[in-house]
Ligand binder design. Structure first.
Ligand code: MN
Length: 133
């Protein structure tokens, strides 16, 4: 069974692109548009993976991460930062904050889903190989 992925993103275009790509590969996508909603949804029903934008209303991605890493239900989940600020050295900063990894914006449609799948256990990957054209 394919994974359920929680997308926390406030930019409508990014949200639409990421959710389209993930659904095209067969993933079950849950959406939150600010940090508080993302935390609430994650704690209510923990997904298999969280993609967390860093610049969000109400709670930033880093603030949301602190809450999620402190909660028993979400402390061990893969939580991946999605950020435009992918500069040299940031990878280490994200990992030291407790993120599982990060993905850089802008989203590259041909590599986005495989990049996300690298953070999923093999048994939760969809097994589909591409976006329908
Ligand atoms: Mn944002």
């Amino acid at each position: 069974m394919s994974a359920r992925i929680l997308l926390v993103e406030d930019n409508p275009a990014n949200l639409e692109l990421m959710s389209y790509l993930l659904r095209a590969f067969g993933y079950d996508v849950v959406i939150a548009r600010d940090g508080e909603e993302g935390v609430r949804l994650a704690l209510d029903d923990p997904p298999d993976l969280i993609l967390l934008d860093l610049q969000l209303p109400k709670l930033t991605g880093s603030e949301a991460l602190v809450v999620l890493r402190a909660a028993p239900r979400t402390k061990a989940l893969p939580i991946v930062a999605v950020t435009a600020f992918a500069m040299v050295g940031d990878r280490e900063r994200f990992l030291s904050e407790g993120f599982t990894g990060y993905l850089a914006k802008p989203i590259e449609p041909t590599t986005f889903v495989p990049s996300v799948e690298a953070f999923l256990p093999p048994g939760r990957r969809s097994g589909r190989s591409g976006v329908p054209r």
